[in-house]
Ligand binder design. Structure first.
Ligand SMILES: Cc1ncc(COP(=O)(O)O)c(C=O)c1O
Length: 400
């Protein structure tokens, strides 16, 4: 018998209980921090509302994300608008609706011009490209933030911006990090950078935004979860020092930790055929519903078995999700699951062994809550879009 959720396929299904429990895990284990939800991860309105009911503010990366956060009831002072490459028009569209974090010296100029024109002093943050790296690797050029190599240029710019009051600092270097010690060291390095900037530039930070980093275990055999309790313990000294010195609000951004595992993608088998002995299950909305499997197949093909690093958020690894046929057929069958687009790239999984399936059965893909709907090529071939539903704790399916 089909569940109500299966009847809605093709669709994304997000579990409210799971979203709330991920939020609560962060809050409980990291009591010295406050949290922002990175809307870009999954901007589906009922999801955003649920996360903000848990007390999260918004990490918004576009004008639309700012305005949608406002529409979800998040107060302006809890919406942090940080992204590279914005225009004066963007800033005017969200003026007074969020705290703007300047990503470059040019953005400071734009903000100064608008504030001066309105004869106001406006509070802003600055995103910096720090002098350290997170974990392994060497420091490299970045399009994000203001380079701290050239501190005199920043100091000079701030002097030329009398209508701006810099009240916070933002850093984000990596996503999907699972090494607790690496995240803890990164937080400490960010804190030290803030201390240095306060001193050098005569600033007083009300908030320090550490960006994201905390990853999820996509593959239970390969990945070990971040130990949040240990992260709290490792950063306790830094938090105590902050309480005595900077007295800044310590903020963590999180997208995928909150929503990745709460989401499943369900799609329906519309054809089954055999070509030269190979069995294909053809589903609706393959890469035009959930792109990540097609990308994983592409990377596997191109890399010819060589290990490939993550390219967040498009590609994380080769085993980011599980695939199930939602029937209780005890017979197994080796199949290749493909979408119905006119491209051979539209592959979900090759030669996988699943419950033997028939046309009409539903295929479920796990770990589909983050960077999924919004990163898929939804409009390719003008096919209908998959639905999105929040399955609430009182068993409703909210569509918008
Ligand atoms: C600035 C910033 N903050 C937060 C995030 C969210 O990362 P995650 O979804 O891994 O938590 C991203 C993701 O790219 C980001 O660029």
């Amino acid at each position: 018998m089909h569940t109500p959720a299966e009847d809605k396929a093709p669709c994304y299904l997000y579990e409210e209980a799971s979203i709330r429990s991920a939020c609560q895990e962060l809050k409980k284990n990291l009591p010295g921090f406050s949290f922002l939800y990175s809307i870009k991860t999954n901007p589906f309105e009922p999801v955003v509302r649920t996360v903000c009911e848990e007390g999260f503010g918004a990490d918004a990366a576009s004008v639309r994300e700012v305005l949608e956060s406002r529409a979800c009831g998040i107060p302006a002072e809890r919406i942090f608008f940080s992204a590279p490459g914005r225009t004066a028009k963007d800033f005017r569209s969200v003026w007074g609706q969020c705290l703007i974090v300047a990503d470059s010296l040019h953005e400071l100029d734009l903000l100064q011009e608008i504030a001066a024109g309105r004869q106001v002093t406006v509070e802003v943050g600055i995103r910096v490209h720090p002098l350290f790296v997170m974990g392994e690797g060497s420091r490299s050029p970045s399009k994000f933030g203001i380079d701290l190599e050239d501190l005199p240029a920043l100091k000079q710019k701030l002097l030329a911006c009398p209508n701006l009051k810099v009240v916070g600092m933002h850093v984000h270097l990596k996503s999907q990090v699972l090494d607790t010690d690496v995240i803890a060291q990164y937080y400490k390095d960010v804190f030290q950078t803030a201390q240095m900037l306060e001193e050098e530039c005569g600033l007083h930070f009300r908030f320090l935004n550490f960006g994201s980093g905390i990853g999820v275990t996509y593959d239970a055999l390969r990945d070990h979860p971040v130990d949040l309790e240990r992260l709290q313990a490792l950063t306790k000294e830094m938090q105590e020092l902050n309480a005595k010195t900077l007295k800044a609000e310590l903020i963590i951004e999180s997208g995928r930790f909150v929503i990745c595992k709460a989401g499943r993608y369900l799609t329906r088998i519309v054809d089954k055929k055999v070509s030269q002995g190979k069995t294909y299950l053809i589903v609706t909305n393959g890469m035009n519903g959930f792109l990540r499997p097609a990308l994983a197949s592409l990377v596997a093909k191109v890399s010819k078995g060589q290990p490939v690093g993550a390219m967040e958020p498009l590609y994380t690894g080769s085993s980011e999700f599980e695939l199930h046929v939602l029937n209780d057929n005890p017979r197994q069958e080796t199949v290749t699951v493909v979408g119905n687009l006119c491209t051979a790239m539209d592959v979900i999984a090759s030669d996988v062994t699943l419950n033997a399936a028939e046309i009409g059965d539903v295929i479920e893909i796990t770990n589909a809550g983050s960077y999924a709907y919004s990163l898929s090529v939804l409009t390719f071939s003008s096919q209908p879009l998959p639905g999105q539903y929040l399955h609430t704790t009182d068993d409703q399916y909210l569509a918008e």
